[in-house]
Design a protein around this ligand. Sequence first.
Ligand SMILES: NC(=O)c1ccc[n+]([C@@H]2O[C@H](COP(=O)([O-])OP(=O)(O)OC[C@H]3O[C@@H](n4cnc5c(N)ncnc54)[C@H](O)[C@@H]3O)[C@@H](O)[C@H]2O)c1
Ligand SMILES: [Zn+2]
Length: 248
Amino acid sequence: MSEKIRIDKSTSLLVLTGAGVSAESGIPTFRASADGLWEKHRIEDVASPEGFAEDPAMVWRFYSERRAKAKSVAPNPGHHALASLEEQLGDRFMLATQNVDGLHGRAGSKRVVEIHGSLFKTRCSRCDREPFADETVYGHDEVPGCGRCASEGGSSLLRPHIVWFGEMLDPVDLHKISRFMSNANKLLFVAAGTSGAVYPAAGFVQTARRYGGQTILVNQEAADNGGQFHRWIQGRSGEVLPSLFDVE
Ligand SMILES: NC(=O)c1ccc[n+]([C@@H]2O[C@H](COP(=O)([O-])OP(=O)(O)OC[C@H]3O[C@@H](n4cnc5c(N)ncnc54)[C@H](O)[C@@H]3O)[C@@H](O)[C@H]2O)c1
Ligand SMILES: [Zn+2]
């Protein structure tokens, strides 16, 4: 590989990861399927509020399978490289991930913002109780109900704590990320394993540039927003990330 990227004492590093970073762990990317299906499902059936209203049991079956799959795989060298960068940089590091598989946390990353939610959290589809940790793989036709709503005489379904199509990202998460960029003395932004098609994450590169940041893309194939980066390193994140940086 060509020259390493130097991280000096005044640099803050924001990393954005997407499904590609988990591909080497054996979790298929979304766009790996050219047929527009995600694990044999139409995306709008399993990843939209309308799909959930239509067939909550099918949606829970889908996310239960994703939970079981994510639990059965392990973080790869790309995840580990990011965890070790964080160890060296401390608060000068932030990781924003579109992945919901929890692999960054399992690799040891702590300053992680899961902007699309988490497979391992559940929340109520109606009331405002906090999302809670949940690793349950539900039975075939099982749809869990909200205990809090039930205790108040109502009934409502629990749903995965995932940001579905047509839903807003948590403004608190987005604020954290933009504050990190605006506070950086010298900003370095690295996006890895993401097709740059889903906003607002695909727009982080522009924000980083507005703050004067250097921007680097590590991706196997050309990304939709690839032209906006200063540099594209083509390759697998698990092979590129472990030796990409030179930390002062
Ligand atoms: N692991 C997960 O949690 C997971 C998996 C699938 C989809 N999703 C969700 O679906 C959406 C998909 O958008 P996205 O941009 O994250 O993913 P994407 O599937 O749209 O794109 C993945 C990108 O990664 C690249 N890639 C594949 N393998 C790679 C590797 N080993 N190293 C580097 N790059 C590699 C591909 O060329 C592609 O451009 C997200 O919103 C995400 O929440 C999550
Ligand atoms: Zn409730």
